[in-house]
Each structure stands twice: as structure tokens, then as C-alpha cells.
Design a protein around this ligand. Sequence first.
Ligand code: ACO
Length: 380
Amino acid sequence: MTTGTVQGLEGVVVAESTKSLVNGIEGKLIYGGYRIEDLAENALFEEVAFLLWNDRLPNKSELEGLRQTIAAEASVPDAVIEMLKVLPKETNSMAAVRTAVSMLSPYDPDAENLTDKDVAQRKAVRLTGQITTICAAWARIREGKEPVAPRHDLTLAQNFIYMLTDEEPDQTSSDAVNVYLVLLAEHGMNASTFTSRVVTATGSDMHSAVVAAIGALKGPAHGGANKEAMKTFLEIGDPARVDEWFQTEVKQKKRRIMGIGHRVYKALDPRAAILKRHAKALAQSTGNTKWFEIANRLEETARADEYFIERNLYPNVDYYSAIVLYTLDLDVDMFTPLFVMARVAGWTAHIIEQMGGRLIRPKAQYVGETDLAWVPLEAR
Ligand code: ACO
């Protein structure tokens, strides 16, 4: 580490925010004053989005109004769907979603309005609906199926299941997606949210900030960890192989277990605890318990190991969400786009909070040479 620098900006406070409190020591998470456990148990994703955008819970008619508006605004321009259809089928799903979201901006009448916070909130509502449609459309297009248009009578979680399957959404799947979306909607100054605020602080537009955030979320150290965690469980393949895999891959080859560890949480991520319960219930209700058993056994093995104990390494939100999403029959490459569907609520809330704020421009500690003599090209 270089003197005067904070590697990875750990612990540096870069903004005041009313959106969420992440207490990494006690393993607590609060959105706008409300405990994540209460929100996961009781709230619709739309209710949480309203809370993040307005700093208060909606009443009944406000909630129904927001649900209807998101559903009504969820249609995406035909050109965006056509663009998704011409992408190579093996395109990384996050690259497809990132490209589609970028392409929404020329069709958004308010795209270049950079100052009005009411307009920004309308854009946030629109983007939240449209991103769900894009994710479901891409999931079908990459399998050679026609996309399904959103319905106006459904919640966002139901609409996603409907657009994904072209069937009436069932309660268990919609509830599981809703809980997932609530838990992933917001999380303080994480890497993608910070990215969105940096872009916004230059005076740039909401679509640019969300596209940049999607790019940050794609990385395996951040949102990309959910699909990497599932790939690990698939690689292990059998609960009986967990111990051997841990000894060989983690202890000998020093591989990281994806979905474990967190910059802020030095206790169990409260979202992981909730998702673990849902993953277990879903596994039992479908009769497919293998993946949950592998994940659970790997967690127990890691948590009994001195290395993981000393470094306070616990499962994070991506660990058991991988099991939930896999049990819902979602392709592994679609896991991180689902994270986008949820986190767009938090990103846009932070973008609106950041609008009009000061340019974010830290410094680098220059550690290179300063007095080199110029060498002409022919002499190098
Ligand atoms: N498996 C094994 N060892 C780990 C793991 C892991 N998953 N995570 C961290 N460690 C070890 C590191 O090797 C390091 O050990 P050392 O002190 O001997 O060098 C120590 O724990 C601290 O790790 P850092 O990388 O310094 O912690 P940092 O805060 O920079 O990184 C991160 C946090 C990126 C999440 C890390 O724990 C990781 O790579 N986890 C796996 C990827 C993952 O699950 N990401 C999702 C995070 S949640 C989210 O973004 C939605």
C-alpha cells in the first residue's frame, strides 16, 4: 500500500444519503428507516422502490398507482427488441442488457433533462419497468423464442415471470422473485451505486449513469458473483464432494469461494440469512434439494475453517440467491441481470439524490518518475 492512499477507498465516506444503512459489524441493513427483515417479509418490490425514491412508504393508492405506472411504462421500443435479436446468442447477458439500456435513451423524451428531479423520478419509474422487460426478452431471445410484452395488471415480479415463461405467473415463483428484488434493491455506497453517482456528479444523464452502474455490477467481485457461486455449486455437483473440493480448490489451490466475503459485512449478511431460508423452502417444495445441500455444506465447511473464521468471511447476498434463482429454473447467465432489475431502484434513488451535487474528483498519489530526460524516438 502507498502512503496516503486508502486501497479500495475502504471506510471512506463520500456522500450523505437517506437511502440505506449498512451496519457491517452487527449484520444489519435498513432501507429508509425500515429493517430489511420487515421489508422482505411484507413489502412488494414497488413499495420498496417508492420508499427509496420518496423517503417514505406509499399509502394504498400511491402503491397501486406506482404499480400501474411501472407496468404501463415497461414496454420497450421495437428497435431495442430488434437489436437484441441480432446480437450473437452467446453474448454475455450483462453485455446484452447494458447495450439495450443504453439504446433506450434516444427514445426517452426526457433523456437529456438533467436538472429536474420530478422528471428524473419519472425516468427512474420508466427504467425500472423497461429493464424488467429487457431482461425477460433477452432470456427468451437467446433461446430462440419470441419475447412477450408486459401486462398492465401484474406486479413487476409477476410480470417478469409472465414475460419469461409466457404463462400465468405462479404464486411461489413470483413471491420468490419479489423477495429477491426487495433484498437486492439497495445497499449503500457499493461499487455500482458509487459509479452511478460519479457519472451523475459530472452533470451527465440518468441512462449514462445506469449503464455505467451495470458495467460495474457485471464484475465477479460485485454482482457477477451470483453466477460464479452457482458455477461453483455445479462444479462440486454432489454434497458428498464438498469436503474434497474445499481441500483441493480452496486450501491447496487458494481459490476464492464466490459468494463469500464482503467489504462491509464482518458478520453474516442479513440478506444471506433471509435468502437461505427461502432457498431451503424452495428446494424442499420442488424436491430438488441437492444445490441447497451443497451450498449449506460448503458454508459449514468454510465457517469451521480457521482462515475463514479469522477473516470474518461469511456468505454474502449472492451465495444463496444463486440457489433461489437456479431453483426458479433461471439460466445461470441471467442471474446478474436479475440483480440489475432490483438494483436499478437503488441506483436511480442515489442518482436523484446526487443530482446538483459537487463533482466527485479524488486524487491519485503519483508514484512514477518526475525528472526523466526526453529521448528522441530514433534513440529509443
Ligand atoms: N474466499 C476466500 N478468501 C477470501 C474470500 C473468499 N471469497 N474473500 C476474501 N478472502 C480473503 C482474502 O484473500 C484476504 O485474505 P488476506 O488478508 O490473507 O490477503 C481477506 O479475505 C480480505 O479480502 P479482500 O479481498 O482484501 O477483501 P475486500 O473487501 O477487498 O473484498 C470481496 C471483498 C471482493 C467481496 C471478496 O470477499 C471476494 O472476492 N469475495 C468473492 C466474490 C463475491 O462474492 N463478491 C460479491 C460481494 S457482495 C456484492 O457485491 C453484491
